[in-house]
Design a protein around this ligand. Sequence first.
Ligand code: LMR
Length: 345
Amino acid sequence: MKKGAWVKRTLIAVLSTAFVLTAAGCGAPSSGGGSQSADSGEPIILKFSHVTTAESPKGKAAEKFAELAAQKTNNRVKVEVFPSSQLYGDKDEMDALQANNVQMVAPSVTKLVGFVPSFQIVDLPFLFNGREAVLQFWDGDLGKKLMSSLEPQGILGLAMWENGFKNFTNNKHPLKRPEDFNGLKFRTQAGKVLEAQFTALGAGAATIPFGETYTALQQGTVDGQENTFNNIDTQKYAEVQKYLTVSQHGRLDYVVLVNKSFWDGLPEDIRKALEEAMKEATEYERQLAAELDQQSFENLKKAGMEVTELTPEDRAAFQKAFEPVYTEFAEVIGQEYIDGVKALK
Ligand code: LMR
């Protein structure tokens, strides 16, 4: 991260910590919700902002967490969920979390690159060898270490929620071989690894917030994008993208993050109840994500997308083309993480 950005983020984290602690001490509501006044009889408000639709696995699990939180705390906590970038989008949700304007967000892992570059592990093409390896990584020591690397910035990682493997779409022609990408331009979520992935294929890339991607595809600002079946489906990209390549080349999952000062300032029994609610919501989310992934694939076919499957030879050609991405980013991401994932089968 640039030094200026780091200083800004650290300052926000320190100021918000001071602010929340003061607010908690006075029993007054903290900025934008996150009231800690358990004595007043008013519920503690926890605002949960995210960018996908209410029907996506993330959207449904956020609602499930809200329901469980109310149940397990006897309504002492009220979780207010804001889907579809209604409150904050990709550009500002992390700042809002650090400032305690919202208490919980669940960004795609890639979008944390500005905080800790190792989060781009999920973007290395064809690194994860299936869903089981992804779950093992996040539930194991390396995933936990990665999540806890956000703590110095005032952010606590509570859980990993799944979405699925990404696939390429575009509106020009079928994409079956690396050379088919030549000269096209793709939308990326964030970070240099995804940019390098497209450069390796002779294509251009532009980072565009999720909430603006449909319009960018519709207007031809970019020719294509990469996403999970469910995001392609729930964002209705089939309306503006004709071709879908089942590439399954990278992961798109979420880390559920909470403002650390808010969390630490909660009464212990409430925090415990919310931990339980998060655990159950996570089990629900992961199962749902796996189900909806397949259902959305069917929906995309029904919506008329032309589907291209890759043979093992096509896949090998892509893997070869992506070798420079591994060379360029091994150090930035950390060889320990890369080797750790490779060891999972
Ligand atoms: C994207 O920007 O494509 C995704 O990260 C959106 C999301 O939250 O699933």
